[in-house]
Write a protein that binds this ligand. Structure first.
Ligand code: AMP
Length: 415
């Protein structure tokens, strides 16, 4: 079933969205993810359906954490949807009555799914690798099914629209689909659009193809980096991982972020790049700081000669120029992860240079795909959101899809 074909009149639809929005003092600082889900949510309401919205927020790891309550955003969701009220179910596994009472046009938001360990399905309180762990895992699988079944019991239809978590086989993103027949489950518009954007990149790569991978660590991105080396013509590696590479070559990196157990991984990435004929671009210089603070004293130095007591927080001016030159003229561009601590206005120059170069290349006809909360936040911060081709709401999901993996959230619907 597709969402366009489905008749929602008089039906209750439970929709998995990604409302894991960044909050500061209870206020949403970037509502991209809420806006991303609106086409699906409004379509269901306009079609005469009732909405049960479910999401996770943050990583409460199976425990109730009030600072991660979705109750904080119900007014914002109501305003975004243009409805007078969004009802709230403070326990997502005990929302039967609230769901049953729901009338067409009404909206019920469930509390953070990850207050229950069953959502992610990971056993809690037992160590991995022990015999107890295997037992606990089996038991958890069963209770995850029960949890998914409970969520499914609230509604007639299931809509999966949380691209950000579509790479996870969680109760609400995949397992729940088993409790709906093929005509009662579907992808939402956002999911359809995201899957299409990935197809645009992979199915029709216009060259040169450049990927820009940043962020804090190489370890969390190594899978996609290795995979991209077989696809791209150029690869910019930036952000915190710069210093793991510098260290691997015996450089001095002061207090910069580093993964000492990944030095061989870094060297192997360089080897693979050479073998694949990929131009690897890394920051020759860094903006360094005497503390991790926007107001720290700063200076510029080579990325591999950072004095003791200082840390690299951004790509230096030489690096910014190199990055922009590498991006110029490319026809397919993928950006995931900032080039520095972009959250600090005094250390966002590298990320800005990348964003602006991507916008220019896009104006000249490139297809640019931006993914991951931080890269999206960069585009917002630098006013570039409408100057790139597509902003994905997914980080890990986008990268796994680009790797060519079938996302569990998609497989659950499409089989
Ligand atoms: P990730 O979650 O791995 O994509 O990393 C994103 C985070 O990396 C952002 O919050 C950045 O502030 C951070 N980051 C980028 N460059 C650096 C750096 N040089 N030192 C410390 N953190 C960094």
């Amino acid at each position: 079933m597709t969402i366009k074909e489905c008749n929602f009149a008089g039906k209750k639809a439970i929709v998995r969205v990604d409302f894991n929005v960044p909050l500061k003092d209870g206020v949403i600082t970037d509502d991209t993810r809420i806006r991303g889900a609106l086409p699906t949510l409004k379509h269901i309401l306009e079609g005469g359906g009732a909405l049960i919205i479910m999401s996770h927020m943050g990583k409460p790891k199976g425990k109730v954490k009030p600072e991660l309550s979705l109750g904080q955003i119900k007014e914002a969701v109501a305003a975004a949807l243009g409805v007078p009220e969004v009802k709230f179910a403070p326990d997502c596994a005990k929302a039967q009555e609230a769901a049953a009472a729901l009338q067409p046009g009404e909206v019920l938001l469930l509390e953070n799914l990850r207050y229950y360990p069953e959502e992610e399905g990971k056993p809690v309180g037992v160590e991995k690798g022990t015999p107890e762990f295997d037992e606990a895992k089996k038991a958890m699988k069963e209770s995850q099914k029960e949890f998914a079944k409970t969520l499914a019991s609230y509604a007639d239809l299931y809509v999966m629209d949380a691209f950000g978590t579509a790479h996870r086989k969680h109760a609400s993103t995949a397992v729940i689909a088993d409790y709906f027949d093929a005509d009662s489950k579907m992808l939402g518009f956002l999911m359809e659009k995201e899957v299409q954007a990935v197809d645009n990149v992979l199915g029709n790569i216009k060259r040169p193809f450049i990927a820009i991978m940043g962020g804090s660590k190489v370890s969390s991105k190594i899978g996609i980096i290795e995979n991209l080396l077989g696809k791209v013509d150029k690869l910019i590696l930036c952000g915190g991982m710069t210093y793991t590479f510098a260290k691997a070559h015996g450089g001095e990196i002061g207090n910069s972020i580093v993964e000492l157990d990944k030095l061989d991984v870094a060297l192997n990435v360089e080897k693979l790049a050479a073998e694949n004929g990929v131009e690897l671009v890394m920051a020759p210089d860094a903006v360094i700081a005497d503390k991790f603070d926007n107001d720290a004293t700063q200076k510029v130095c080579p990325s591999n000669a950072i004095p003791e007591g200082w840390e690299g927080l951004d790509a230096g001016p030489e690096a910014q120029k190199l990055f922009a030159e590498a991006i110029k003229g490319c026809k397919t561009i993928l950006w995931n992860g900032p080039a520095g601590v972009f959250e600090f206005d005094n250390f966002c120059g590298g990320s800005r240079a990348i964003g602006e170069a991507i916008a220019e290349a896009t104006a000249e006809g490139a297809f640019s795909l931006i993914g991951g909360g931080d890269s999206v936040a960069c585009c917002t911060k630098f006013g570039l959101t409408d100057k790139v081709s597509y902003i994905s709401t997914g980080g890990g999901a986008l990268l796994e899809a680009i790797e060519g993996k079938v996302l569990p959230g998609v497989a659950a619907i499409k089989g």
